[in-house]
Design a protein around this ligand. Structure first.
Ligand SMILES: *Cc1c(COP(=O)(O)O)cnc(C)c1O
Length: 448
């Protein structure tokens, strides 16, 4: 047993060391992108090494995890680790308070409940996001009102929010997508003008900043996810940040079956209805350990992303997602760009992605238009929604539910993942080289 444990640590450590040397095969000297045969057509791959696996495990993670295991205080009602994580995370982000939750979805869910958003209310959301942003609105039997996307940045088009505000609007949920930052000046200005609270969905943007302020600290609440793919990971996990103590009392109570925070964590008196959305002590301790690496990892991602951006923007037909001037730090959960097939001999995006994958460079086409997903109409057909909203209201919703820019973005987006950025310049060179190779051979690939 003990041997196995050591093996595990060593393998994990070797895995961490490998990515710094991740070099692998650039094209052989003298072989240019133009003459090398694409891997999809049987040529040599640009990259043969896998990108680093995620999450990373080091000795401190194992030690902390085993402590909780042996102490048997696995639930936060039995230990201090939940509170320790909350303190550390609030400090790192520059927020007054933090509540640890089971996941990012429940952080959003707590926020909406804390703010009292419910049946009959409208909540402004982007269509270009992970479905959880929308699901939490539906859980409250509220109406998600979609605002189109700014294709240049892949963020909600903040200038189009005001025209969607009605007397029923009770909340705005901007998402800082992919580690990039939504236009917070415009969002906060319109929210203040109409006295509507903002919940920042910062689930993909740990440590990102707007004018030097961390995202997740500008809205009424800021919500984070520590799901396994995120830049800070506890397998699952989430956090609500806020400076509003009364609101956090309500969020806290909601997250632990309505028990008030001020009365200690475990008792049988209830102020409101609630759920159980608590983080376990295992997750809390793992997150405290992973946090020790977050800053350095984020810096590496930024350096590599900047280097890659320069190279990719020189390739005709590739447009890297821009940042607003106010975005002073991008967390690069995703490296997002738009692909124009016309500059690639008409090679469709799907084939481009397949060819890129074959070269050893994984990628994704990103989200499909959420505002057009059939689950929305299905939800509106349920008894609850039918009771709350008139046929006329739902018809109006459907008529106004148009996000043409987002539709376009969903056709042209390509993403790389954050793990690909925790590498080095050679790895970035390979990504750019693979795209140049595909472009040089685009006509052959399009025919194949
Ligand atoms: C991951 C994510 C969520 C949900 O987080 P979970 O921890 O998976 O519940 C919400 N919004 C966005 C934008 C996300 O990326």
């Amino acid at each position: 047993m003990e041997m196995k444990r050591r093996d595990f640590i060593q393998t994990a450590a070797a895995g961490t060391a490998a990515f710094t040397l991740a070099g692998a095969t650039l094209l052989p000297k003298g072989v240019s992108a133009a003459t090398a045969k694409p891997a999809l057509l049987g040529g040599p791959k640009v990259r043969t090494e896998p990108f680093p696996s995620w999450p990373m495990i080091e000795e401190n993670d194992e030690k902390a995890w085993m402590e909780v295991l042996r102490e048997r205080g696995w639930c936060r009602t039995q230990g201090e680790r939940g509170a320790q994580f909350e303190k550390a995370y609030a400090e790192m982000m520059g927020a007054k308070e933090c509540i640890a939750t089971a996941n990012g979805t429940s952080a959003l869910f707590c926020s909406l409940n804390g703010l009292g958003v419910g049946p009959g209310d409208e909540v402004i959301v982007p269509p270009y996001t992970f479905v959880a942003t929308i699901n939490v609105v539906l859980l409250q039997h509220a109406l998600p009102i979609f605002v189109d996307t700014d294709r240049e940045t892949s963020q909600i088009d903040a200038k189009k929010i005001e025209e969607k505000i009605t007397e029923n609007t009770r909340c705005i949920i901007p998402v800082h997508l992919g580690g990039n930052v939504a236009d917070m000046d415009t969002i906060l200005a319109v929210a203040t003008k109409h006295n509507i609270p903002v919940i920042e969905d910062a689930c993909q943007s740990h440590l990102a900043e707007w004018k030097g302020k961390k995202v997740g600290t500008m809205g009424k609440t800021g919500c984070f996810s520590f799901q396994v793919t995120k830049n800070l990971s506890g397998g699952e996990g989430g956090a609500v940040l806020s400076d509003d103590s009364d609101l956090m009392d309500r969020c806290y109570a909601f997250h632990t079956n309505g028990r008030a925070r001020r009365q200690g964590s475990y008792h049988f008196t209830y102020g409101i209805q609630g759920s159980n959305l608590r983080m376990t002590e295992f997750q809390s301790t793992l997150l405290v350990q992973q946090m020790t690496r977050l800053e350095a990892q984020s810096r590496t991602r930024t350096e590599n992303a900047n280097y890659l951006t320069k190279q990719l923007n020189e390739i005709p037909g590739i447009t890297v997602a821009k940042m607003y001037d106010g975005c002073t730090r991008n967390a690069y959960h995703l490296f997002m760009f738009r692909y124009d097939p016309e500059k690639f001999a008409g090679l469709p995006r799907n084939k481009f992605m397949k060819a890129l994958g074959a070269e050893g460079i994984p990628c994704s086409g990103g989200y499909s238009p959420l505002n057009k997903e059939p689950f929305l109409e299905n939800t509106f057909q349920t008894r609850g929604y039918q009771r709350i909203y008139s046929a006329e209201q739902l018809k109006k919703w459907a008529e106004e539910n148009e996000c043409p820019e987002n539709d376009k973005l969903c056709q042209e987006a390509v993403w790389f993942f954050q793990t690909m950025l925790i590498t080095g310049k050679t790895d970035m060179d390979q990504i750019a080289e693979a795209i140049r190779k595909i472009q040089a051979n685009a006509a052959d690939l399009a025919k194949a």
